[in-house]
Design a protein around this ligand. Structure first.
Ligand SMILES: Nc1nc2c(ncn2[C@@H]2O[C@H](COP(=O)(O)OP(=O)(O)O)[C@@H](O)[C@H]2O)c(=O)[nH]1
Ligand SMILES: [Mg+2]
Length: 228
């Protein structure tokens, strides 16, 4: 019986991987950089994206898809930036999958985007298993969560290319141990980039935005080469 459950899960993930490859081809053709944001609830995904969309939409075409089990609160917060935003309600599912992204894109006409940000459902377990065709997976980890969390949720941390430590403005107040947090992150993903940010004070935001813009330029250039 146990084997049967395992094989059903593997089939679901295999199907997701195939759909994600289709999305990746679609995003390569449009030259859209796709960023998948993972974290536990309350780590600051929506707040970071509010600031990111506000800053980038001055000079880039950016949009967001937001997964939430029950509400459209985050989509409404993000839409205030003026960027195109679409809500995906996942109901019983604890994560977004490639099929949900494909269906959301089919019914949505934001025009060609330089970058699409995907706010995943808030938890560090199920979203980690689902490829959404993204170029960049980032895991957010706030200073209040406990420095050992990367060790407890290794998949979320070792499938990400960037770990963003958020709410750095309150690090001292909560006794955040930077060395311990970095060591936990590096233990599960030695090569990952780590950036400290505060969407509240703006600390680290210029570096974050510059990091994304470098990737946007690279993706746009790759598209230009392929269509030439
Ligand atoms: N002090 C501080 N609070 C933040 C920061 N970013 C987000 N928050 C707060 O953390 C809470 C959860 O943020 P939210 O963006 O909704 O997290 P999400 O659930 O990951 O989308 C809210 O009360 C935010 O105001 C930050 O950089 N500094
Ligand atoms: Mg949110």
């Amino acid at each position: 019986m146990k084997y049967r459950v395992v094989s059903i899960e593997q089939n679901i993930l295999r199907k997701n991987d195939a759909l994600a490859q289709g999305l990746r081809a679609r995003f390569a053709a449009s030259g859209t950089l796709v960023v998948n944001l993972l974290s536990s609830p309350g780590s600051g995904k929506t707040t970071l994206l509010q600031e990111t969309l506000a800053r980038l939409s001055r000079r880039r075409r950016v949009g967001a898809l937001v997964g939430d089990q029950a509400t459209d609160n985050d989509a409404r917060r993000l839409a205030a930036s003026g960027a195109p935003v679409k809500q995906i309600t996942t109901a019983a599912e604890c994560r977004l999958d490639a099929d949900m992204i494909g269906r959301a894109l089919d019914g949505w006409e934001p025009g060609r985007l330089d970058a699409l940000f995907i706010e995943n459902v808030g938890n560090l377990i199920c979203p980690a298993e689902y490829d959404l065709g993204e170029d960049l997976r980032i895991v957010l980890f706030s200073v209040t969560e406990g420095e050992d969390k990367p060790l407890k949720y290794p998949l979320a941390f070792n499938t990400a290319q960037l770990a963003l430590i958020t709410k750095i403005d309150i690090a001292d107040a909560v006794g955040f141990d930077r060395d311990a947090a970095n060591a936990s992150i590096r233990h599960v993903n030695p090569g990952v980039s780590i950036l400290e940010t505060s969407a509240r004070t703006g600390a680290g935001m210029d570096e974050w935005i510059a990091f994304v813009e470098t990737l946007i330029d690279r993706k746009t250039a790759a598209r230009e080469v392929s269509v030439r």
